[in-house]
Design a protein around this ligand. Structure first.
Ligand code: GLC
Length: 756
């Protein structure tokens, strides 16, 4: 704690400390003029600056200043590009500084447990490693411009249904490996100035007063140095929040929160030390914001728009390109169908909704690339799901006259948003119908999609091209044109599985739960961890995406075939662009543990890289795998543990397209505590050579030279082995027909514990 903060804390009254921990408005903290403590301002994110003009701040979710609307997280994640995330963060930091915003409320790293979650457009992935790597670089980018971030929503905010009250019931290993680990990596690697606690409960306690999450894990275990801010309206009991490690209540509770804190300190139910700790963290970030305040930044909106276009293009995923129907040629007769071509859906609904200063539409951007007249038909209404036979007829008429038809489709705003979940994976029936009908009259159909999360594609076999844009931000129309005409070679890969049908999803039976209880009964089997373990064929797998060129993987080398869990495994491979155009390839590295004695997914993503390659160019890609790449969260020791054994290193172009494989042996250096009891299975003892030796010596003392097998009929029959394997020590009395009595069994147990 700096001396300045120490001195200030001493001067502050309880009232003032409580005030600094209570929002002053929708977006600002209190200033304490007497002590020259300034206010700070925060505003949403995550994919653009949503700052409300000061005079309009009191209204709920009012209009906001013009800003650049970048692609939303579900699109960004498909870039698998750390540098791109950092560059976007820098741009957001510039815009926030320019608008005097001290903290940008993002990124959101909640895991996509179900594709139905209404806010999945705002989240990165079903995989915590991918989410954390991208989010960490976003945070570093924003904070490099002297603006804080707010990593959200901590934790397990994986549905919108009853989000302010629902209790997410999650076993500890699942919580650690899936729902906390994205937050962990970002906190440890990027130190977001703030973390935003979630609305929901976690295992029976509101996230806003969950000491285990906010203090034990976040502060003490992971070392978070900033403060925790509540989600807007997430506070349950303010004094409990302070005690648990929630430093700031937002928005203003008009004095209620402050009063609750002061009363609790006065009546002794809240220690002043707890309040001091909270106030100290607040002051640290407030003065950090002041120190980092800059007025030298004059960013160019056009430059940021171009960056948004580059990011969108590098995030789009080419899902199908039959007969290389893409890229388009300038002289082809093309038809454009679908309202989204002229009225793009480029972002999601709710607190992240940006007021974009410019929005490209794909139709206008496509027109710039073609030297032909570009026909257009609306195809469907965005306001209704009903077929419009006239619109469909016009679209078919157009389709008959052109070489290729590009159909823009996806999810209208009303289908997904903050505040509610979807109840289907389908896109509006009138769009499915339009695609079917148009593809019938023109086989050269290409579908360009705008959706915040997975959808089904009943027409997939009837079209030749599918380009998944997700929610591409304000420059998405131009980005789509860049890809469709081949000015950009698509390089995105899916950051989540597209299932064939909703009921294939592992959370299907338990989402969104019953009233205010949702049990994560699928455990660690989220996304590809489930589909790959169960060998369920997805519509499109995690990590999948096509390019206009091809890549060859070769020469996977691991430096050592055997390491301990304290060592790092260095490995390398070669990737070559075997095509005739420049491209970028996302290489994925999974670890599989076929010998595991604990339940584990078939494979798990542990590293990735995105490389750019000129035609014919080959590069060596290097990775390092440390302990966590082989570890699981062992709840017996409440720590990450690596089991000794052989692990497969799988390198692939997607989770279902493994190109190279090597095996490495990892030796654990951690002795798991083990207590022998009368219920220890004999088989477990015999499986451990050291224990077996001690056990047999002990037994021979009691069995006068005959060994266990002789005692058990003198033959090592399979049946006997099987019986022994699952026989608790206490059953020796019965099996030895009294040669060993219960007291002696208890002596054996004691000696085993003393000798091992
Ligand atoms: C919202 C969201 C959160 C946002 C905050 C401020 O309810 O859950 O992500 O940052 O309130 O708008």
């Amino acid at each position: 704690m700096t001396q300045k903060i120490k001195d200030l804390l001493k001067k502050m009254t309880v009232e003032e400390k409580a005030e600094i921990c209570s929002g002053a408005s929708r977006w600002r903290t209190h200033s304490i003029d007497r002590l020259e403590i300034p206010e700070i301002m925060m505003a949403d994110g995550p994919h653009g600056l949503r700052k409300e003009p000061k005079e309009k701040e009191s209204a709920s979710m009012g209009e906001s200043v013009e800003a650049i609307c970048f692609p939303t997280a579900s699109a960004l994640a498909c870039s698998w590009d750390r540098d791109l995330m950092s560059r976007m963060g820098e741009a957001l930091g510039e815009e926030s500084q320019t608008e005097d915003v001290n903290i940008l409320l993002g990124p959101g790293v909640n895991i996509k447990r179900s594709p139905l979650c209404g806010r999945n457009f705002e989240y990165f992935s079903e995989d915590p490693l991918l989410a954390s790597e991208l989010a960490a670089n976003y945070v570093k980018g924003v904070q490099s411009m002297g603006v804080g971030t707010s990593l959200k929503h901590f934790a397990a905010n994986n549905q919108e249904h009853r989000r302010l009250t629902v209790d997410a019931q999650i076993d500890e290993r699942t919580l650690r490996e899936i729902y906390l680990s994205a937050f962990e990596k970002v906190v440890k690697e990027a130190q977001p100035w703030t973390v935003m606690c979630a609305y929901n409960q976690v295992n029976g306690t509101h996230a806003s007063e969950n000491k285990y999450l906010l203090t034990d894990v976040l502060k003490e275990e992971w070392g978070h140095e900033g403060f925790v801010v509540s989600d807007w309206g997430a506070v349950n009991y303010r004094d409990k929040g302070i005690a648990a490690g929630l430093e700031l209540e937002m928005p203003s509770s008009h004095g209620d929160g402050k009063k609750a804190i002061v009363e609790a300190v006065e009546n002794g139910s809240l220690s002043e030390e707890s309040l001091d700790r909270a106030a100290e963290r607040m002051l640290k970030i407030i003065f950090k914001a002041v120190e980092n305040d800059r007025d030298d930044l004059n960013y160019s909106k056009d430059e940021h728009h171009q960056l948004a276009r580059e990011i969108a293009a590098d995030s789009m995923v080419l899902l199908k390109n039959e007969e290389s129907i893409l890229p388009l040629a300038e002289d082809e007769k093309l038809g454009v169908v679908g309202s989204f071509a002229k009225k793009p859906r480029f972002q999601g609904g709710g607190s992240s909704n940006i007021n974009p200063y410019q929005v490209d539409n794909a139709y206008a951007e496509l027109e710039k690339y073609t030297d032909q007249k570009l026909a257009y038909a609306e195809g469907y209404s965005l306001e209704s799901d009903e077929d419009d036979v006239k619109l469909i007829a016009k679209a078919k008429e157009l389709a008959e006259k052109v070489d290729k038809v590009i159909i823009f489709a996806g999810l209208p705003d009303r289908y997904e948003s903050e505040g509610y979940d979807r109840d289907t994976l389908e896109i509006p029936p009138n769009q499915n119908r339009l695609i079917e009908e148009v593809a019938e009259v023109n086989k050269n159909a290409i579908v360009v999609l705008s959706n915040g999360s997975p959808i089904t594609m009943p027409w997939l076999n009837n079209v030749k091209g599918v380009l998944e844009g997700y929610l591409t931000g304000q420059a998405g129309g131009g980005a789509a044109a860049d890809i469709l005409f081949g000015h950009v070679n698509p390089s995105g890969k899916l950051a989540e599985t597209f299932p064939q049908k909703l009921s294939d999803n592992p959370s299907y039976l338990f989402f969104p739960g019953e009233k205010d209880k949702v049990e994560y009964r699928e455990g660690i089997f989220v996304g590809y961890r489930y589909y790959d373990s169960k060998e369920i064929e997805p519509l499109f797998p995690f990590g999948y995406g096509l390019s206009y060129t091809d890549f060859e993987y070769s020469d996977l080398k691991i430096k050592k075939n055997e390491i301990t869990d304290q060592e790092t495994l260095n490995l390398s491979l070669k990737v070559k662009n075997t095509g005739d155009i420049y491209g970028k390839e996302i290489i994925q590295l999974y670890v599989s543990d076929p010998e595991s004695t604990v339940i584990k997914p078939e494979k798990e993503l542990k590293e990735f890289a995105k490389v750019e390659l000129e035609p014919g160019q080959e590069k060596i890609v290097e990775f390092e795998l440390a302990k966590r790449a082989f570890a699981y969260y062992n709840t017996e020791i409440d720590d990450w543990y690596v089991e000794s054994g052989e692990y497969d290193i799988l390198v692939g172009a997607s989770s279902r397209d493994i190109r190279l494989k090597e095996t490495v042996r990892v030796e654990s250096t951690v002795e798991l505590p083990y207590e022998y009891t009368i219920n220890t299975n004999v088989g477990d003892i015999l499986a451990d050579p050291e224990a077996e030796e001690v056990f047999n010596e002990l037994l021979s003392e009691y069995l006068e030279g005959t060994d266990l097998f002789e005692m058990l009929g003198g033959r090592k029959s399979e049946m006997m082995e099987a019986m022994l394997k699952y026989m608790p020590l206490r059953a020796l009395v019965m099996f030895s027909e009294g040669a060993v009595n219960r007291k002696q069994v208890e002596e054996i147990v004691e000696k085993l514990n003393n000798n091992l």
